[in-house]
Design a protein around this ligand. Structure first.
Ligand code: HEC
Length: 247
């Protein structure tokens, strides 16, 4: 019995201590994403960046455009004009009720990058928000790679540094203490703090994607608390009423 209890505890402890990032095989420190999924402006900026910089390769095919628009506070017209780049067989843009697939065929992805770019609907659930945040900040120049870039948290990644125009380029340098770190050697359109915010926005959007209900859950939770508060007061007066005659 004792062994059983001990093993259960150990198994539980292991569950809680394994960092989410181990999914992608990186055991160094991750930066904190510090996202807030209730921040609508951040969600909208993130969605915009995602549609422009990521959707060409990655689908989020478990979600529909109009659902996303509704959840993050955009009208169907805004969604249609800004987010829908893919067309149907007749060449017309797909409707706002469509799933968010992308135009790249698996064969092409395989040929161009060596791997098919994965669907990202669940990526923050699989890899963790901090991992995705750190990943998008950790591309650096590496001429030995086919696309000229490598990534600190995902070595020999098949994905190019798609945000280079915004971030600029980093190089791996070794400081006096022999520690490796990434240093910005060519600046991009954004300052480092603007770039951090852009990446945080993308991760916010991806976190919403992975669990859209979290927006509703917080709102419903508030109603439940208000209801419980009112109910407690009612119950209290009811109790007083019932016990009045007993004493
Ligand atoms: C040019 C195509 C391309 C674009 C554009 C692109 N990616 Fe990727 N991405 C890839 C490929 C290919 C992989 C698979 C890498 C591998 O397995 O080596 C990948 C992998 C990833 C992963 C790791 C997923 C996992 O679990 O393995 C994440 C996260 C990711 N991309 C996020 C993004 C985001 C966010 C953007 C937009 C800022 C983006 N990607 C734009 C090609 C692309």
């Amino acid at each position: 019995m004792k062994t059983l209890i001990a093993t259960t505890f150990l198994a539980a402890a292991a569950l809680f201590t394994v960092p989410a990032a181990s999914a992608a095989g990186y055991d160094g420190d991750l930066e904190k994403a510090n996202i807030d999924v209730t921040n609508e402006a951040s969600l909208q900026r993130g969605a915009n960046l995602f549609m422009n910089y990521c959707m060409a390769c990655h689908s989020t095919e478990y979600m529909r455009y109009n659902r996303v628009g509704r959840d993050i506070g955009l009208t169907e017209q805004q969604v249609e004009e800004n987010f829908i780049f893919i067309t149907d067989e007749a060449g017309d843009p797909v409707g706002v009720g469509s799933l968010m697939t992308n135009a790249m065929s698996e064969d092409y992805g395989e040929e161009a990058f060596g791997v098919v770019p994965p669907d990202l609907t669940m990526t923050t659930r699989i890899n963790g928000e901090d991992w995705v945040y750190t990943f998008l900040k950790s591309f650096y120049i590496d001429e030995s790679r086919p696309l000229g870039a490598n990534n600190e948290v995902f070595s020999n990644v098949g994905m190019p540094h798609v945000l280079w125009e915004l971030q600029g380029w980093q190089e791996k340098v070794v400081d006096e203490d022999g520690n490796e770190r990434l240093e910005l050697v060519r600046s991009g359109q954004m300052t480092p703090s603007e770039y951090d915010r852009a990446v945080r926005d993308i991760v916010t959007y991806l976190s919403y994607m992975g669990e859209p209900m979290q927006l509703d859950r917080q709102r419903i939770g508030l109603y439940v608390l208000i209801f419980l508060g009112i109910f407690t007061i009612l119950a209290y007066f009811l109790k007083k009423e019932y016990w009045k005659d007993v004493h």
